[in-house]
Design a protein around this ligand. Structure first.
Ligand code: ZN
Length: 239
């Protein structure tokens, strides 16, 4: 086999191996993102419950202030009623008193209602906080194990990069740039075997002339249809 072709096949194997780590790295990142999304979701739920508790507390405070004002009003009504002389004035005061009492009882009901809503919210907040804690704990573990995995992958990759460097140092630059050009569009199928007289990049049958050139392997042969570098897989490289 042509020496350059042999080198190209070997280089393409290294490139494929280097790229093969990308899906693993992506899967690691995806997993981390997924659990981070869960944490963010739990956190935003907690935040929204907290802010609705705060809103209720603020409402309760307003009702309490109203009760203070209304109680003051009731005291004044009692004072005034001592000096009232006509029945008309008496009725007016009594109406005022009824309205104030009604408002006080409404305010008390609301305070109670909002208070019990908040009690439930606080309970669900406890649960959510526990969930969040667990999520963060498991995220921490995932981050740690991802770091280990990633550094293992990076180590393997840098070994392959070193092998690649060593290989391309001895390469004919023209052939290397020819290969890189094909790789730009064909990716990891820049160098493909021919099987049953068909290119394994585009799966089209090649002519008898091209096929016999590939079998001879004296030159670097490209697929007449797609332009990929093609070769005949020897028994040893198949295994
Ligand atoms: Zn082809």
């Amino acid at each position: 086999m042509n020496k350059n072709l042999k080198e190209l096949i070997e280089l393409s194997v290294i490139d494929k191996e280097i790229d093969s780590f990308n899906p693993q790295l992506e899967a690691i990142e995806k997993k981390l993102k997924k659990s981070q999304d869960k944490i963010d979701g739990a956190q935003s739920e907690i935040d929204s419950i907290k802010s609705s508790i705060d809103e209720n507390v603020a409402k309760i405070k307003i009702y309490e202030e109203q009760i203070v004002t209304l109680s003051e009003q009731l005291k004044n009504i009692t004072k005034k009623s001592k000096d009232v002389s006509t029945e008309k004035e008496m009725k007016a005061l009594s109406l005022e008193e009824d309205i104030a009492k009604e408002k006080i009882s409404f305010a008390n009901e609301e305070i109670e209602r909002l208070g019990s809503i908040n009690e439930k919210k606080v309970l669900s907040l406890d649960d959510l906080n526990k969930d969040l804690e667990e999520l963060e704990e498991s995220q921490k573990d995932s981050v740690d194990s991802s770091k280990v995995l990633k550094s293992e992958i990076e180590e393997k990759k840098s070994g392959l990069f070193a092998a690649r460097e060593a290989k391309i140092n001895t390469f004919d630059q023209k052939i290397l740039s020819f290969y890189e050009k094909i790789r730009n569009w064909a990716g990891n199928s820049a160098v493909v075997p021919v099987q049953k007289q068909a290119c394994y990049g585009c799966y089209m049958k090649i002519s008898d002339k091209s096929y016999s050139d590939v079998i001879k392997s004296e030159e670097i042969v490209t697929c007449p249809h797609c332009g990929r570098i093609i070769y005949i897989e020897s028994k040893s490289s198949e295994s």
